[in-house]
Each structure stands twice: as C-alpha cells, then as structure tokens.
Design a protein around this ligand. Structure first.
Ligand SMILES: [Zn+2]
Length: 162
C-alpha cells in the first residue's frame, strides 16, 4: 500500500457518518507502519475496541474505508476459524466476526453484511508466512505472491459489496 495520511483515511469511509469518522482513533503504531507490506490497513479502535476499521487502496487508485463492528466482544476471543480475507492461509489465528453497515440508504435502513476477519487484522502478515516446501508447491514464495494478490482482490471486492 502507498502510505496514507490521516486526512485521506478519515475521508475514505463509505459506511460511516461524519461524527463516527471524526471520533475514530488511529492505530498506535500509525507513524511507523510498514505500508509496503500491507494490502490493507486494519485496526481496532484503541478507545472502542469493538469498532474496527479497514482501509484499502485499489488498482484504480481509489482509497475506501469501512467501519466494522465486532460481534465477539472485547475480551472474549472467538474460535479459530477461517478468515474471509486471507482465506487459504493455514495458520492458526483468531478470527473475529464483524458486521458491516451497508453503504448509503440500505445502511441507514439497518442493512448489514457479516464477515469474518483475523481478529486483529493480521492478514497481511499471515499471507507472508511461507508455506512448507512440498511437491505441490516447490516455491513457497510463489504461493506467497499469489496469496498477496488474492488478499488484495478479496478486500477490494468485499468493500465493493458493502
Ligand atoms: Zn485474515
């Protein structure tokens, strides 16, 4: 991802009100983020951990952000399941259930979409962990490159559905 400014992030939300985006708190490590190794920026609000944010820039240069609500509470960890974004990665990671208000009028009418995402939005890290070398995947880095591309596509298409 190209580094984004706070201003860009706050104005990129497709499903949050102005007051919600004003109230959001950036991730604590915002100044030192490793943008190059992120397909999307995701974090839980440090002050409202039940709120999560996901920011993505697509190939067309469009940056869009989502406000997500965690359904699993702040402390209780959900079970190990498969993340909808980094799906094919076989790495144990806690996955959270999130509900996403739809953009525009459907969202104002209460329509939401549910999704499961790595509880602390670790997808970009997960996809970079090389799989063990085996007969089917002789080059783990090729697998990593494919996963990176798929993660990017899934995030983009999920935002499109919202
Ligand atoms: Zn994930």
């Amino acid at each position: 991802m190209q580094p984004l400014t706070e201003k860009t992030i706050r104005s990129a939300f497709v499903n949050a009100s102005r007051s919600e985006t004003k109230k959001l708190t950036l991730p604590e490590n915002f100044a030192t983020l490793d943008w190059e190794n992120l397909e999307y920026l995701g974090w839980r609000d440090p002050k409202m951990p039940q709120r999560g944010y996901l920011v993505h820039s697509n190939a067309a240069g469009q940056t869009r952000a989502l406000l997500l609500r965690s359904a699993d509470g702040t402390r209780k960890r959900s079970s190990l399941a498969m993340c909808d974004m980094c799906r094919d990665v076989n790495i144990p990671c806690y996955v959270g259930v999130f509900s996403t208000r739809r953009a525009g009028q459907p969202g104002r009418d209460g329509d939401t979409l549910g999704t499961m995402i790595c509880s602390n939005f670790e997808c970009s890290t997960n996809v970079r962990i090389p799989p063990p070398k085996n007969a089917i995947y002789p080059d783990p880095m090729v697998v990593v490159a494919e996963r990176i591309e798929l993660l990017d596509e899934r995030v983009n298409s999920f935002i499109g559905r919202v």
